[in-house]
Design a protein around this ligand. Sequence first.
Ligand SMILES: NC(=O)c1ccc[n+]([C@@H]2O[C@H](COP(=O)([O-])OP(=O)(O)OC[C@H]3O[C@@H](n4cnc5c(N)ncnc54)[C@H](OP(=O)(O)O)[C@@H]3O)[C@@H](O)[C@H]2O)c1
Length: 346
Amino acid sequence: MSPQQKALILPKKRGNLKVDSRSIPSPGTGQLLVRIHSAALNPVDYKIHDTGIFVTHYPVILGVDIAGIVEGLGEDVENFRKGDKILAHGNLYIIDQGAFQQYALTVATFTAKIPSNQSFDSAATVPLGLDTAVGGLYGSDRGAGIDPPWVKCVGDHGPKRPIVILGGSSSVGSYTIQLARLSGFYPIVTTASPNNENLVRDYGATHFFDRHLSGNQLVAAINKVTDSPIGIVFDAVSLPETQSVGWRLLAKNGILVLTLPASVKEDEGKGRKAVYTHGDPHLPYNHELFSNSWPMVEKWLSEGIIQPNNHEVLPNGLEGIIGGLERLRMGQVSGTKLVARPQETL
Ligand SMILES: NC(=O)c1ccc[n+]([C@@H]2O[C@H](COP(=O)([O-])OP(=O)(O)OC[C@H]3O[C@@H](n4cnc5c(N)ncnc54)[C@H](OP(=O)(O)O)[C@@H]3O)[C@@H](O)[C@H]2O)c1
């Protein structure tokens, strides 16, 4: 029998998640076999579980945020060695590449080394949140299409431009604030709960507003921050009420970047656009963008340009993910990423 591991398996659409055994896969060309030490949870994991969106083939292994140690290398993998500590963006559509298991395959192009200033737990908070921020800011069709930092240095952007990031304490929002700072935006206006004000300012927000203000109050307060037209609003939350705030703030020809499908109606007159970004590097139309951003990840982390999210480690290895997903579902997670340690599965 091939070597076995433990995995949290979703056997069918809207089925029950269960820890079971499955074989440890072998890496193909351009892939790494990784022993997963930390795997972070994302809202998409419970959404797939509850509604069956995105995936069509079962069984499924959820989770895309991977941090661990390289155990094996496929052909044509350069830059990585056995024993390297890495983080990687897993793939929901391929069972061997899901994060909620003890060993997974990762694609070398979307894998980076973990610098010595980060732990497995902190590194696991990075992939999906950062990639969604990268896609939303730098993606040309499904993003705001601004010049990425690996093409244009900070300071090359001419006059400072404002950006509004709704939901700055969310994982996606936190990485968007940090990239906005790297890309030279000013002011960087964000919303969150008051207890997360220091956190979002630490990420780089220059102006903070309580997300519990009414839509009218938020629009009025944010409009007072700058006289410059607001050309980009990044709505990391993308609920109908936040989309409405973002849409109303947006100047003529501006772009509203969304993480969920649009509920605002694009109008003809002002030329404003709403784009639904996808932070999944494995989607063919995202390959080029993320092949350029992933080589930056180790440097961004080691130099503190990107600070991982705060995290909380869940008990009981893979089994603990079930309770963690319930907390995400209930909206009980604030300014923090939940992280599981698959090797601690009993
Ligand atoms: N399209 C994609 O590729 C993609 C990728 C990743 C995520 N997403 C989606 O994007 C959304 C965010 O994901 P995430 O992982 O960043 O979530 P998360 O970190 O779990 O979000 C939790 C945070 O949301 C904030 N929040 C909730 N309602 C808010 C509101 N009305 N205004 C401002 N902040 C609010 C909370 O802020 P406070 O606690 O400070 O109040 C909390 O810190 C989810 O719907 C997710 O499914 C999409």
